[in-house]
Design a protein around this ligand. Structure first.
Ligand code: IMP
Length: 180
């Protein structure tokens, strides 16, 4: 795939559509196996995880439910740590087997703030599925139960992830080029 330009920045291909789809299928297979008869409730964190959530959900063969919540505003290329709840969580989590769906765990600050709120509702279990993780960016340690790819600490776009609004539609994941 050729390099792309979004706003003022250049990006090069990092993960192909086939690599992503293969990994999403593998994660779904594991969840199908681990959650038989448990009717898990997925909570997809908007905006970035909508594509991962949709593809993952299509591969599930067990009874399962999904809801969407908006938590974070992410402007530009640095995680702000500033969280806004725009769409609330209306499901009762008590005694449910909950799986959070995140696009990427970067500093870990978002989930560090959000997870205690969920634990408060006493779910039977609470696990995390994240497509991407930047271990080098960790500020708050988060255990990712179902992880797609560990990636370097470089800004990425595509497959739901954006750079200032652009790039979410890309089927692949692109990485910021060094000369950008
Ligand atoms: P954290 O709180 O630093 O872990 O960041 C979580 C959120 O920041 C993710 O859900 C993304 O929406 C956003 N984010 C972090 N890194 C990137 C990136 O490389 N590209 C696009 N969005 C990112």
């Amino acid at each position: 795939m050729p390099p792309i330009k979004l706003h003022d920045k250049h990006f090069e291909i990092y993960l192909s559509e086939a690599e992503i789809q293969q990994k999403v299928k593998e994660i779904a297979d594991k969840i199908n196996n681990d959650y038989q008869d448990l009717n898990p409730l997925f909570i997809s964190i908007l905006n970035g995880s909508f594509m991962f959530a949709a593809d993952l959900f299509k591969h599930l063969t067990i009874d399962s439910e999904i809801c969407f919540i908006k938590l974070a505003s992410y402007k530009g290329m640095k995680s702000s740590g500033h969280i806004i709840t725009a769409i609330g969580l209306d499901q009762d989590l008590y005694n449910r087997n909950v799986i959070i769906i995140e696009d990427i765990v970067d500093t870990g600050k978002t989930l560090d703030v959000f997870l205690p709120k969920l634990h408060h509702q006493q779910p039977a279990s609470l696990k995390i599925a994240a497509l991407l993780h930047k271990p080098e960016a960790t500020e708050k340690q988060i255990t990712i139960d179902y992880l797609g790819f560990s990636i370097p600490n470089k800004f990425v776009v595509g497959y739901g992830l954006d750079y200032d609004g652009l790039g979410r539609n890309l089927k692949e994941i692109y990485q910021l080029t060094d000369e950008a």
